[in-house]
Design a protein around this ligand. Structure first.
Ligand code: GLU
Length: 472
């Protein structure tokens, strides 16, 4: 998927510079914001199941410590290299700033194809990587907190927290050394679906903005919009789920082995089960196969959601994209050339570093839960329910009528952890969408939403540096 010359970090720098022109900050300060503060590149040996010793290449990059800890996922992919991890770490800095999550940006990567390794090999690699991070003080609840990313999930996060705790006995906040953990290991309800749900909340908010929709020549709202999803990993799966549940029609889903489409809509869970059973997304009952996976990106639809890897839409295929809105669920799916083409074509690109911030937002909630050592809702749920019961009883007495059983259950319900997490995420995504749009509207010479998002991020990080007293 990645072409040889593509330089991801440079393309992030390019977008940054484009936006920096719309800010008033000193050149030196802008240089500091852009730079990657610490880069840890490592190699370590792991004995594979067949007795062979493989030397594993891995990275952890801390882009910015203007706020600590640093935060960002760890990816397992054959395409991992230092440039990619640096780009992804810098996107994390800007992402956290936009959604007001008080972290600096970080990212990790291990250059392996997880499909080519047994679970035992993956466990050894993950534990060894964690031990290397501990040795160099590159991990810890107040230092740097990894999370899932492409090719990793709850299982890997469990190995990380277990390795960390065993190397740091007695550290009371140790569970906060990584997020995206299973609930039993200190995870929070709602983390798994967070990025996909955040993508949905962000796009729904954009679709509810009358001026934007008028400009795009589309009716307001998400209902009946045709959506194409590229990638059926955690982010793609949950994006598809929430769009479908919100009334949109998921007309196509693409994976690396191919793509399928169905005009009256696909159900992501059925497609997922089909892929699990047959080993491929193709030949799904009632759907049509597309020859190439990338054909899905050029299909007729309203909203295109690339939810896999970077640089999938570039100068070659951008002119053929039919969608009116592109929601970047993945990090960096568009090249800067593609951005320019979409500006000219009047297509709205909703940028990655805020649209996919749902994951890190809920990671922040998980980290807070770990530091407070209590689950959300434990203290107030029962109190809230008793109070709701009392208020409803009083109102029914005064009115001389009773509400239906369904309404009663809804009114009486006190917030569980999942309710609070979803509500915090919804508030965050709606707030960030409006903040970026306000910046864009206030300065009509800003060419696109990505630039407006960068302006938002640069201003927040710059203010933070100034308030730290580092820059006058
Ligand atoms: N890997 C996700 C991202 O790129 C989540 C990071 C996190 O939760 O720290 O935003």
């Amino acid at each position: 998927m990645l072409n040889e010359q593509y330089n991801f970090f440079e393309s992030v720098e390019q977008s940054f510079d484009k936006a920096a022109k719309f800010t008033k900050w000193d050149k030196g300060l802008l240089e500091q914001i852009k730079a990657c503060n610490s880069i840890y590149s490592m190699k370590f040996p792991v004995k594979m199941d067949d007795g062979r010793i493989e030397v594993i290449e891995a990275y952890r990059v801390q882009h910015s410590q203007h706020k600590t800890p640093c935060k960002g996922g760890i990816r397992f992919s054959n395409a991992v290299n230092q440039d990619e991890v640096m780009a992804l770490a810098s996107l994390m800095t800007y992402k956290c700033a936009i959604v007001n999550v008080p972290f600096g940006g970080g990212k990790g990567g291990i250059k392996i194809d997880p499909r080519q390794h047994s679970a035992y090999e993956l466990e050894k690699i993950t534990r060894r990587y964690t031990a290397e991070l501990v040795k160099k003080n590159f991990i810890g609840p107040g230092i740097d907190v990894p999370a899932p990313d492409y090719g990793t999930g709850e299982r890997e996060m469990s190995w990380i927290v277990d390795t960390y705790t065993s190397l740091k006995p007695g550290e009371i906040d140790a569970a906060g050394c990584v997020t995206g953990k299973p609930i039993s290991q200190g995870g929070v309800h709602g983390r798994k679906e967070a990025t996909g749900l955040g993508v949905f909340f962000g796009i729904r908010e954009v679709c509810n903005m009358p001026e934007i929709m008028q400009k795009l020549g589309m009716p307001i709202g998400i209902v009946d919009k045709k959506v194409v999803i590229q990638g059926l990993g955690n982010v793609g799966y949950h994006s598809a789920k929430f769009f479908r549940e919100g009334g949109a029609i998921v007309v196509a889903i693409a994976e690396y082995e191919g793509a399928i489409y169905k005009t009256d809509g696909l159900n992501e869970e059925e497609v997922f089960q089909h892929r699990k059973k047959t080993g491929s997304i193709l030949n799904f009952p009632g759907a049509t196969n597309l020859a190439k996976s990338s054909d899905a990106l050029e299909m007729d639809c309203d909203i295109l959601i690339p939810a896999a890897l970077e640089n999938v839409i570039h100068a070659d295929n951008a002119p053929n994209v039919k969608a009116r809105i592109i929601g970047e669920a993945a990090n960096g799916p568009l090249s800067p050339e593609a951005d320019e083409i979409f500006i000219k074509r009047g297509i709205l690109v909703v940028p990655d570093m805020y649209l996919n911030a749902g994951g890190v937002t809920v990671s922040y909630f998980e980290w807070l839960k770990n530091l407070s050592h209590v689950r959300y809702g434990r203290m107030e749920k029962r109190f809230q329910e008793n109070m709701n019961k009392h208020i409803l009883g009083q109102m029914e007495n005064l009115a001389g009528k009773q509400v239906s059983k369904k309404e009663k259950d809804y009114i009486l319900h006190g917030a569980d952890e999942i309710d609070l997490v979803h509500s915090g995420l919804e508030e965050t995504m709606i707030g960030a969408t409006r903040e970026i749009m306000d910046i864009w509207h206030a300065n009509p010479s800003i060419p696109d939403m990505r630039t407006a998002a960068y302006v938002c991020a640069i201003n927040k990080v710059a203010i933070s540096y100034v308030e730290l007293g580092i820059f006058p």
